[in-house]
Design a binder for this molecule. Sequence first.
Ligand code: GDP
Length: 534
Amino acid sequence: MLDTAPNRPDLPPEIARRRTFAIISHPDAGKTTLTEKFLLFGGAIQMAGQVRAKGEARRTRSDFMQMEKDRGISVSASAMSFDFKDFRFNLVDTPGHSDFSEDTYRTLTAVDAAVMVIDGAKGVESQTQKLFEVCRLRDLPILTFCNKMDRESREVFDIIDEIQENLAIDVTPASWPIGMGRDFVGCYDMLNDRLELMDRADRNRVAESIEIKGLSDPKLDEHLPAAAVARLREEVEMARELLPPLDAQAVLEGHMTPIWFGSAINSFGVKELMSGIATYGPEPQPQSAEPRQIAPEEEKVTGFVFKVQANMDPKHRDRVAFLRMASGHFKRGMKLTHVRSKKAMTVSSPVLFLASDRELAEEAWAGDIIGIPNHGQLRIGDTLTEGEALRVTGIPSFAPELLQTARAGDPMKAKHLEKALMQFAEEGAAKVFKPAFGSGFIVGVVGALQFEVLASRIELEYGLPVRFEPSQFTSARWALGSQAAIDAFIKANQTHIAHDNDGDVVYLTRLQWDIDRVERDYPDIRLTSTKEMM
Ligand code: GDP
């Protein structure tokens, strides 16, 4: 019997062994390097470094974005599956740049845990903090990896304090670093009483692991200089006195994060972190849905789309919908119901993202991520089931913070531009609003860089030059209310009204004053800055 889900001995072993997670971090903290090492230890590739190389090859195929190369940012998130010991890990990649945060938020709805990577010299940075807040909204379990301990870093207690204070979460050390910077030699594994020594000569080598019978074990003195041993004993004693011990339930509920120290580039601390993901991961969790929750062990297959990527292959205008399996055992060729349209859909060529290659997915279990090529039927937030009318909830859409008017470089091509914009809207790359009054489209994004991405994609993928110009509006809010209330509201506010790509009513303005006025004058109308995708 695998010890894969100690809390859930009732789960089918194939589900119990799955761990689906994302990595959150500030750019440059070491997410890419850590991912490479995961794949290396997951046996997926021979040598670290290949991911980046293969990633680039794949990107020329899928990401096509000159910008991405120019700016060194990863625009598109993908999923990777690999095995570690008895476990199947599904790592969902999140785009790191803050301008793509909406995509990231949605990605985090598809995972059961997050690994937070911080740079030991920099601590909690802005993007880490933002992403952490999103994880907190969902009470996601968070495991922390403090990276770059081979460089001068902050004092360990300082780092831990900062996390506790800035993120309001209990921190418990799973390992304790010995020395830092040039004197960093390894870690004391506080969970298993082992000494892990880093190999500085070979970056891809796994650390030497030495069983230790507690901190008083004289073996410590054989392997470490006297001063280092004395300091380690003192610090660990202090840590055990001052910091809470690891409480698996608190981790599961997102109130406590275990922290591992290491150096991703030296492959150090990565295996311990992976074992931590296996142990505290956790297994696939129930999924909130209407009218009832979905349990992973249900026999019938359900899944939901959390991301759509269009034009992965520019030659074939295909789209891939990324589906998180919420329950059951999926087999290739299965006929599933697309709940929104009530239509049947045969899933004949699902894709699994094994390490750096796409492969046909013959089967998938709750927790897995599969890609379904389609021609636009599948949208973010869609649920697929074996017939039951379930709708997965909690996948947000945010009001854009920046609005611009899109104009076709060639006025004869306005219709084409409309089509291109609609496609990007469905993919979730932007919001597109059609004003009730006047012509043209208003495009809304969360970060300014997205306009550049859009313009260059529209040009590349559709051959359409496009201009983005300042819009007279700066804010958008969805308007909710009874049909009668909405009708009256539209009539009286025509110049402020637009419809989004789903046909929902949006109120556009440039003044907070207007929003306050609507709230005061129209008690039956609710203006919201998020809507749930459906
Ligand atoms: P990302 O932006 O979070 O994906 O970060 P990368 O993985 O690309 O790493 C950013 C930089 O930090 C790169 O130059 C890496 O080589 C370097 N780096 C990553 N891990 C370590 C580490 O453990 N020690 C040191 N010294 N540098 C590291």
